[in-house]
Design a protein around this ligand. Structure first.
Ligand code: PAF
Length: 292
């Protein structure tokens, strides 16, 4: 049976909603989201529950203007709070924090923000300048408000996850960051709130991204170049997929070494426009042939 989570719209309501838990010294788990919740988010909530047991699971629903560029989809980003609350209730979430923009940014755009450094300028950061500054700033603020012990993010946004881990380490924020596996539709498409923008034809074509990553993973034993070629061949089969980047990096997003030692872990990442919608996906892979 699902129980209605407490709904907090203000900082005071959030603090009041968490005070009994804090008094009882429970560990707090936190799942930051922008809403439009789907099974991918629900799986993050389950990971959060596993991390704290009886302790509270807090989900924030906040479409953060600071991480959207001027020509991006801030206005049309789906806002579905009542449905989101049902999803949270079904997953046994204890508190939903759904603040207005003025509650998070009472003085307007903040003067002090979190600078993501060089990792924020590659891949997504190259196409979306300022995006990760916005993400890290809001995540730091939400961490300050919720004060979680554990925070759960999806591996689907792999660069975001990597940067949040870096921020927590570099700024000594004392939050355990858990990266949860990407949830996929039965045909392989990574779950994303932006999938709702796709029409039927685009939805069919969008599967090329995950097919490409799978092809890369399968060819990875041959090395990075054959893996990229296998992925590129999959993407080339679909005319409407306009690739922004397709790369293989170290798991920390740094460049691969010149010499690949068999069994080297790596990450394949892709971003593409399908119709007007920008989609991203990634997969782990192991480079170089290893003896069985
Ligand atoms: O991944 C998201 O939904 C957002 O970037 C996040 C982490 C909630 C920050 O707004």
């Amino acid at each position: 049976m699902s129980r209605e989570p407490v709904l907090a719209a203000t900082r005071d309501e959030l603090a009041a909603g968490l005070s009994a838990w804090r008094d009882a010294r429970h560990r707090v788990a936190f799942v930051p989201t922008m809403g439009a919740l789907h099974e991918g988010h629900a799986s993050l909530m389950r990971v959060a529950r596993d991390a704290v047991g009886e302790g509270p699971v807090v989900v924030s629903v906040f479409v953060n203007p600071l991480q959207f560029g001027p020509r991006e989809d801030l206005d049309r980003y789906p806002r579905t709070l009542s449905k989101d609350r049902e999803t949270c209730a079904a997953e046994g979430v204890d508190l939903v924090f759904a603040p207005a923009v003025g509650e998070v940014y009472p003085g307007g755009e903040p003067q002090v923000t979190v600078e993501p450094g060089p990792l924020g300028t590659i891949l997504e950061g190259r196409t979306r300048p300022g995006h990760f500054r916005g993400v890290l700033t809001v995540v730091a603020k939400l961490f300050g408000l919720v004060r979680p012990d554990v925070a759960v993010f999806g591996q689907k946004d792999y660069q975001q996850l990597t940067l949040i881990r870096r921020m927590v380490a570099d700024l000594c924020l004392g939050v355990e960051v858990v990266g949860a596996e990407t949830r996929r539709e039965p045909d392989g498409l990574a779950m994303s709130s932006r999938n709702s923008y796709l029409d039927a034809g685009q939805r069919r074509d969008a599967v090329a991204l995950s097919r490409a990553l799978r092809a890369a993973a399968q060819a990875a034993a041959e090395g990075p170049e054959p893996a990229l070629a296998a992925a590129r061949a999959e993407l080339d089969t679909v005319g409407s997929v306009d690739v922004d980047y397709l790369v293989i990096t170290r798991p920390d997003l740094g460049p691969l070494p010149e010499e690949i030692v068999p069994g080297t872990p790596a990450r394949a990442l892709v971003a593409a426009r399908v119709g007007g919608t920008r989609l991203i996906d990634n997969m782990p892979l192991i480079l170089g042939r290893t003896e069985r």
